[in-house]
Design a protein around this ligand. Structure first.
Ligand SMILES: Cc1cc2nc3c(=O)[nH]c(=O)nc-3n(C[C@H](O)[C@H](O)[C@H](O)COP(=O)(O)O)c2cc1C
Length: 359
């Protein structure tokens, strides 16, 4: 089934091997601008059914890692235009993943000011300041004031508009992996007592407002959202994933977005659970758009998930780093080249555009 076509909202995909959003920290500096090398990388992977771009900050305040690209300046739009043109010329489709890291950041990215979050609780993870500097602990954030939230929501609307100007085929909200959107969803992190904290309806409010802003720019059938329910990444534990994501499913059904990109698992294929867990099963049943499944999939588990009806398409991450022609390799059951973690973030061609295709 991996090689049967499918529609995802307005997009017709020729098969179901989707490329995951992956930060590679190789934008041009200063300015966090996509460049020709990035266009080459994405065009090499245009045989994906759909490429989800690396996470792209909607605003300078949404940045947390060195050399990640943005979607707010004219130069960035022009840089992204080079990427989308290259992907389209190679016959592919590409959606932009829109990102605000919230507390997963450092004062050095913000002229000494603290990053922002739902609450003033520091995250457990580390961020990269760039160059030879090591990964450093995140800075303690300050809680966004209620009256500031509409401005943050508006940055997503503006970035969605910029993504349209840059020629993308759609936009994906990064609501996963412990970044700002999930810092509102998570009851471990969100300690607010205003309309954005407490009940599940309040905790989904920020996500829904952001998606609404994105759907004012793009038809909802070109909007998706990434979630990582219950995984607790970057300290965003959720004590109640089923009711929380049930409420989110209902809200995004009302908006009519095209898909949810569900991170189900982090780890190697051999440790991946065979069956979906409760929250994943609930999303599959309740959400009316397409279910794109991600996390530790290989050819066999992908085919099994599709044939059982657990997913509509499979999102592959690391295998796409080291196999630019991954769909062909899966179709031919050819060997999958191993990726080199040392070149995931930063640098030039090595470990980025120099992985070969099959002869
Ligand atoms: C180098 C690297 C960068 C990543 N960057 C992002 C990102 O920008 N946005 C995101 O949602 N997930 C990101 N992820 C997570 C992947 O999209 C994916 O969820 C993860 O790799 C699990 O899928 P896999 O087992 O197929 O690799 C990243 C993963 C890696 C390895």
């Amino acid at each position: 089934m991996l090689f049967e076509p499918i529609t995802v909202g307005a997009l017709t995909l020729p098969h179901r091997v989707v490329m995951a959003p992956m930060t590679r920290s190789r934008s041009a500096q200063p300015g966090d601008v996509p460049r020709a090398l990035n266009a080459t990388y994405y065009a090499q992977r245009a045989s994906a059914a759909l490429i989800l771009s690396e996470a792209t900050q909607v605003d300078p305040r949404g940045k947390g890692y060195a050399y990640t690209p943005g979607m707010y300046s004219d130069a960035q739009v022009e840089g992204w235009r080079g990427v989308t043109d290259a992907v389209h010329e190679a016959g592919g489709l590409i959606a932009a993943q829109l990102w605000h890291v919230g507390r997963m950041s450092h004062v050095d990215f913000h002229d000494g000011a603290p990053p922002v979050s739902s609450s003033a609780l520091a995250g457990p993870g580390k961020v990269w300041l760039g160059g030879d500097q090591p990964f450093v602990p995140t800075s303690t954030p300050r809680a966004l004031r209620t009256e500031e939230i509409p401005d943050v929501v508006a940055t997503f609307g503006r970035a969605a508009r910029q993504a349209k100007a840059a020629g993308f085929d759609g936009v994906e909200l990064h609501g996963a992996n412990g970044y700002l959107v999930q810092q509102f969803l998570s009851d471990a992190v969100n300690r607010r007592d205003d309309a954005y904290g407490g009940s599940v309806q309040n905790r989904i409010r920020f996500a829904v407002e952001v998606l609404t802003a994105m759907c004012e720019v793009w038809a909802p059938d070109r909007v998706g959202m990434r979630v990582s329910p219950g995984l607790g990444v970057n300290g965003c534990d959720e004590s109640d994933p089923v009711p929380l994501y049930s409420a989110l499913c209902d809200a995004v059904n009302d908006l009519g977005i095209a898909y949810l990109d569900v991170v189900e698992f982090y780890g190697p294929p051999k440790h991946k659970p065979e069956s979906p867990n409760d929250v994943q099963r609930m999303i599959r049943e309740r959400f009316e758009g397409r279910y794109l499944a991600n996390g530790g999939y290989d050819l066999n588990s992908a085919e099994r998930a599709l044939s059982r009806g657990d997913a509509d398409a499979i999102v592959f991450g690391k295998p796409f780093i080291s196999n630019p022609d991954l769909p062909r390799r899966l179709r031919e059951a050819a060997p999958i080249a191993k990726w080199d973690k040392a070149t995931f973030y930063g640098g030039e061609e090595a470990g980025y555009t120099d992985y070969p295709c099959l002869e």
